[in-house]
Design a protein around this ligand. Sequence first.
Ligand code: ADQ
Length: 731
Amino acid sequence: MRRLIIVSNRLPLTVSKRKGELVFTRSAGGLATGLGSIYRDFESIWVGWPGISKDELSPSEEQEISAKLKEEGFYPVFLTHDDVGLYYYGFCNKTIWPLFHYFYLYMEYDDASYEAYRRINQKFCEKVLEIARDEDLIWVHDYHLMLLPEMLKKSMEDVVVGFFLHIPFPAFEVYRLLPTRVEILKGLLGADLIGFHIYDYVLHFLNSVTYLLGYEHTMGEIEVGNRIVKVDSFPMGIDYERFASSIENRRVQRELRRLKRQLDGKKLLLSVDRLDYTKGILHRLEAYELFLERYPEYIEKVILLMVAVPTRTGMEHYMDLRREVEETVGRINGRFGTVGWTPIWYLYRSIPFETLCTLYNAADVALVTPLRDGMNLVAKEYIAAKDRTRDGVLVLSEFAGAAKEMGEAILVNPNDVLGLSEAIRAALEMPRDEKLERCASMQERLKRYTVKRWANDFVESLIKVERKLKGLVLMKVNRFILEDFAKRFADAEKRLLLLDYDGTLVPFAERPERALPDEELLRLLSGLSNVSTVVIISGRDRKVLEGWFGSLNVGLVAEHGAWIREPSGDWHLLEPVSNHWMEQIRPIMELFVDRTPGAFVEQKEFSLAWHYRRCDPKLGAVRARELKNTLSQLVFNLNLEVIEGNKVVEVRNANINKGRAAIHWVEKDAWDMIFSCGDDWTDEDMFSVLPDTAVTVKVGALTTQAKYVVESYADVRKMLESFLERVADES
Ligand code: ADQ
């Protein structure tokens, strides 16, 4: 069985000491449940901190814990009190947590904490290295271990690493405030697959990578050196059945009866969260107060039951929040309470699972109104616990990741206290049919995308990425493959060569006009044109191509397929195209030239190209992205397309591309061998339309539709030369 190594800050169990004895308590978190299903398909191993400080343990106790946990596949990383202080309460929760939740004014940073963060990530890395083998899958979790993927990759190049972030990834403007922003990105990019809850976080991450590191990406795949890193969203679900069937639990039934008696017909509003400043608890209380003020008819008719689970209790902002929450609860209860009625029941403690389910079952309305939340599982659990007999309404913050999947909830902006108070009223007054209908739609989705499905999807994607990585190794053109190509070329009677020019037959020059074909290349093409049909398919304009290759007996395709020159020498348009749009687009490109030293515009007959090869690479990438975004909005409806080539952003007519031009040549004859070579995105159109029997070769970059890859134009020339030699040998 294959092994999956899960690495998270905490193990799904806590070790503590009672009267000098070691006690082991399992915790049934969502993550542990989700991974439970994967345990069957993999031999799973979990690495993490067992929750007890190393200072409390003797060496023999550490050994005892390790031995006991090993039986269950758990491998503890022991942390001292000081480690936890600096790493967990320091960098993790004073720097990353507030910043990633947009509380940047709460962010504190100091070098010592970051140093500890790095050291503890290294410690986790060493633990994993003790266990891991090359063929294992490793899945790292959350913001505590963002440097770990790179550390693992440096030590074990071949091992496949996934990373999932459970909290939001903030917009670039916020992320850039982090002093160690570059190191953290590089740490994450050590992973082969990076997962977030929702697509917004994916986009934020990709933006930060482009702006800070200058790496470009295509459809969520980033090229980092010779590696590809895939970034995608995997919305975490819940153990649906566990909550849906909770009503069958005897203890839940008993507690529910008791609670109903206490409520005595009053409506129950519920909120459950860790007492964290991101959860919007004070805003919620304010909104409830305003609701009671504006709708006094609800006095003595509703109760807000607020469960606040203690968390990070020694930290300044958490102590302040607790004080403020308690004062506010006291004030509201004092202001509106009557002899027989307390408007807010406040519980500052953790509650057992059955009690949590009792509350979900009983509540008429759940108020899940965080100011920011990666996902928020309470919202999902509440809806799962409902059915036709126990209907309910969810009021959900649009700043929780869950809002993306739960559009049938009453979505609110928790900063708009008046709006929130209105939402409370709307929830209480919603007709029963509507409640049932909204609930049912959400349940359908939650039932399908459970936490098990989430974990499986992530691991499956990781395996797909791995296959792709391994596949890429197979795609490299080696001596044997080259030999085979040459043989096929020599054996064929009718041969078609479709060759891109820049980057494929010659290296890139700083200015396009300097990339002239050299003597050697002209000789090679001329030789090939004697034994095959050679077509140069380029984005260049026809004047340039005619100037360089006019004297050869080759076909030419200019401007990505707008113009075609038959071997006879006649140029014609592949189909009628317009260029009136250039007057509008050119000034915008010029504006970006002014703002980007080194950039320039190339005007062809039917396309405009903005080149940035000579620019500072980071600035160039940033401007290219901005330009692409700006242009994409403008060309909407104009039948134009904005494409990115190698260090160039180009606008051309949408129905012109190298694929259509390639078909023009392919259809001319019954070829025995088609060989095609290219290096950038415009060549992908060509690869994708060629018949399966064609040999397609991509130069350089890794993500491609081509079947083979080579490193540089020199390899292409070597291939073409070997074709000629083989033909000469055989004749
Ligand atoms: P949290 O911030 O902890 O998680 P949430 O997603 O709501 O927030 O998860 C809380 C979990 O704790 C729920 O599964 C709930 O059942 C449980 N729980 C709550 N109160 C409890 C209580 N009193 N006693 C026992 N259990 C209780 C972080 C991110 C979230 C993200 C999750 C998962 O901040 O945005 O959804 O991770 O990725």
